[in-house]
Design a protein around this ligand. Sequence first.
Ligand code: MRU
Length: 352
Amino acid sequence: MGNHVETLRWNGSAIEMIDQRILPHRIEYIACDSAQSVAKAIRDMVVRGAPAIGVAAAYGVALEAILRKNEASNVFSTSLEEGFKALAASRPTAVNLFWALDRMRKLWETHQAKNQPELADIFLGTAHEILEEDIRINRAMGEYGASLLPDGSRVLTHCNAGALATAGHGTALGVFRSAVEAGKRISVFADETRPFLQGARLTAWEMVQENIPVTLITDNMSGHLMSRGEIDAVVVGTDRVAANGDVANKIGTYMVAVLAKRHNIPFYVACPLSTIDLSLATGEEIPIEERPVDEIKGFRDCHWAPEGVSIRNPAFDVTPAELVTALITEKGIVDNTTLTAGELADFVKKNQ
Ligand code: MRU
């Protein structure tokens, strides 16, 4: 699928994003031509998944510059600043968004002397680079991760860390794809991932498209399967990793990690270096998005909760480093169980 369906594609004047809210029933693309429209697409979950959000944000900045390149310089700068602000406010947890915005801002600072059309071209070129780079990173991570999975592995994943969550190939699902490409027989258990159902709708769809054996389960079934010896490993993606190795990912990941520890099942996190946030000492500092309560009341038009009930909807949780067996990065595997203070930072700095 990574090779057949493009999550994000440039059409010559706009960035088109596959509308992930209506998958797998319909395949439709939404075109965005400004920072504000990209920010809205991120907020509304048209595009989601940490690396994909980062790529989209880079295009958002480029599109704003293209849109305003012939305006007066004060209009150009103000619109760009407002674009950065809207994109930064679109979703709080995935650090890739801020990583991409920082990269674009540094570019702006470095190329102050360029005229506006030149700057717009430079932004667009970098957005293309970030997209291409993401696919290369996922392929490298996939190869490292595949080496951890013996032939015949039955692997559980949570949420969707697939081609749809990235520019292509995927992080956790990239590991499965690479293992299959290497000739291994891999079967996947996909948690449905309440409340937004990224597992049931997106992960299951990606795997079915490629004939990778996949079994869909509800989120409360993995403990049972683990206790019966039916799961050999867990591989998930991540939205942000703190300097001590604590991992933020889709709500429910922490429960899976606790269960995996209880059953001595390795718990791997596929993590591009751009997802590691060395400015945060521990996972406690990672901002956790609270999403609209309607997502819990039901799904789409079908509501089952009583009116007036109090609802919480934290969209992510933090898995402490001690529950994570290893981080799979594009530069190699980091053994998380023996991670000492500063070691992850050294690894990131050495490999950036
Ligand atoms: O709310 P979402 O769908 O954006 O959450 C996505 C996840 O939690 C993914 O697991 C994470 O972004 C890693 S994607 C490679």
